[in-house]
Design a protein around this ligand. Structure first.
Ligand code: HEM
Length: 509
């Protein structure tokens, strides 16, 4: 009977009927279940698409309504089961207590393949990084080079912007500054990204292209991007080209460094680095010279390490500085307190050694907590994914299994009333200071900006050094005025950029 009826109807009417049916069904289902509806067949896709432009706010609403943890189901054919959580007890469990059960997952490995596979040797990578980053020669080199870059790169551009009343995109400037600085301290090579004519350099462009493809791989089904990769078309073509540029550049730098080390080691007066300290690659090579093992393919180990430092450190530091100055522009009383604190210490940036920098930095308590407060509200890494290896029950009571991915949403976590109090959305550095005047140390599983547990950010101190030196310089010389009417919105990317940049005017004192 139904078949007969269909014969009398056109396909157009059938499709219309089906759409109306799905619409009516979905509408009544939605009324019953609210915003977080997992629709039959399409999962939460409609809510995600509808709220795409305000995805960060959507997640805040959802986690708040569901006691800090909720399940996102994707369309049935994607087999997407994401458990989104901002619950600190879950973070503590997954990132520390039961860390072994929560690797990055094979999906992560595939998407981020350009960084190299460290799943077997990540502990070794960390041990080496720890030893090198903690080396006094590296810290000395870092401080020297950061000041040099501020002096020769940042200040001339800010002075010109101030003299000519130019509008500048401060985020672009900070990212260029972070890029050059990281390149110098890692490889002792300044690519010159931060100079007056703001050039586009192939290596820096290739890094941005690779990041764009990584975002793309997060949003399209795996089979689609893998097919494109196989055909060598679209975004995947761009990825392949970026990969080659990145490899040529990094391997070129490694080989120059090797020659330099070789010449140096022939001399009887061999010493690591020079009077300014030593860059990261030199220290790695010196560790190997002293017997440290980095596997049969030493250059590949170094290439992966260098690229990870660029990928992990450049955009994050640039974004953190941009959000910091944005928050200061909205909260002049905080700016005033930082200036007041800076006035209490006597500093001459032409005469700062690594030791005196650390001494100064230890005195700048308010500056330190203001940076943490900005990272709480605008964490440069806004989410982090883990995949359970075995079935487990989280402290929140949720059961997880290997078919699921767990997403920590750090942006939402910093804006939860139940975690940070009623004033959680306000920029209040004072919340990090105890009545005794000392810093209140929040557990890292509650403040996840630098991650927590065995895979905490290895560049944390390095990024704080770069940020503090930059902020001290800018605040004591310039007023940063955001251009009126320029929209400031967080991007929906792997790094929390300002989507439209940070247009500002610079006024020098
Ligand atoms: C404000 C700046 C920064 C923030 C907020 C930040 C945050 C993070 C976070 C959240 C992770 C964990 C990522 C994950 O597990 O997926 C991470 C890892 C890492 N970060 Fe940072 N980072 C910053 C700057 C830097 C800098 C400047 C460097 C070095 C140049 C760096 C090097 C690393 C490395 C090597 C890892 C991997 C550690 C591991 O997996 O064992 N980071 N960072």
């Amino acid at each position: 009977m139904l078949k007969l009826h269909i014969n009398h109807m056109g396909y157009f009417e059938i499709i219309l009927l089906l759409i109306s049916f799905v619409f009516v069904f979905c509408y009544s289902f939605h009324k019953k279940h609210g915003l977080s509806t997992n629709w039959p067949l399409v999962g939460m896709l409609p809510a995600l698409l509808k709220n795409h432009s305000r995805i960060h706010d959507l997640f805040i609403e959802l986690v708040e309504k569901s006691q800090l943890t909720f399940l996102v189901k994707g369309p049935w054919f994607t087999n997407m089961n994401l458990l989104v959580t901002v619950d600190p007890t879950n973070a503590h469990h997954i990132l520390s207590k039961n860390f072994g059960n929560y690797p990055k997952g094979s999906k992560f490995k595939e998407i981020f393949e350009i960084l190299g596979d460290d799943s077997e040797i990540w502990q070794y990578h960390r041990k080496m990084a720890h030893s090198v980053l903690g080396h006094p020669k590296f810290h000395q080199f870092l401080v020297e080079k950061v000041w040099e870059k501020i002096e020769t790169g940042l200040i001339p551009i800010l002075n010109r912007a101030s003299e000519q009343r130019l509008e500048i995109d401060l985020q672009d400037l900070f990212e260029r500054f972070a890029f050059d600085t990281i390149s110098v301290v890692v490889m002792d090579y300044d690519p010159g990204c931060l100079c007056i004519d703001l050039p586009s350099l192939p290596f820096s462009k290739a890094l941005h292209d690779a990041e764009e493809v990584i975002v793309y791989r997060h949003v399209v089904p795996t089979c689609v991007w893998k097919f494109q990769r196989w055909l060598g078309i679209g975004q995947e073509k761009k990825h392949k080209e970026a990969w080659k540029i990145i490899d040529d550049f990094i391997y070129g730098c490694i080989s120059k460094k090797r020659e330099e080390m070789h010449r140096n080691s022939q001399s009887k007066a061999y010493k690591v680095g020079n009077e300014l300290g030593a860059d990261l690659v030199t220290l790695y090579m010196d560790e190997v010279r002293n017997g440290a093992e980095i596997g049969s393919n030493g250059d590949k180990f170094l290439r992966d390490t260098i690229l990870t430092f660029f990928a992990a450190g450049q955009d994050t530091t640039g974004a953190a500085l941009s959000w910091f100055f944005y928050l200061l522009s909205k909260n002049p009383h905080v700016l005033f307190k930082i200036k007041e604190e800076l006035d209490t210490i006597i500093w001459d940036r032409h005469n700062i050694s690594s030791r005196s920098f650390d001494e100064l930095s230890n005195k700048l308590i308010y500056l330190h907590v203001a940076i943490f407060e900005a990272l709480r509200l605008y964490p440069p890494v806004p989410f982090n994914a883990k995949a359970p290896a075995e079935v487990d029950t989280l402290p929140s009571g949720h059961k997880v299994d290997p078919s699921m991915q767990i997403i920590f949403n750090m942006y939402a976590m910093g804006r939860m009333k139940s975690i940070w109090g009623e004033d959680c959305c306000e920029f209040k550095p004072g919340r990090w200071i105890l009545e005794t005047g000392k810093i209140r140390h929040e557990p890292s599983y509650k403040f996840l900006a630098f991650n927590s547990g065995p895979r905490t950010c290895t560049g944390k101190n390095m990024s704080l050094t770069i940020m503090k030196a930059t902020i001290m310089t800018i605040i004591s010389r310039y007023n940063i005025e955001p251009v009126q009417g320029h929209p400031i919105v967080p991007s929906q990317s792997v790094v929390l950029h300002m989507k439209h940049g940070f247009k500002t005017k610079v006024v020098s004192y």
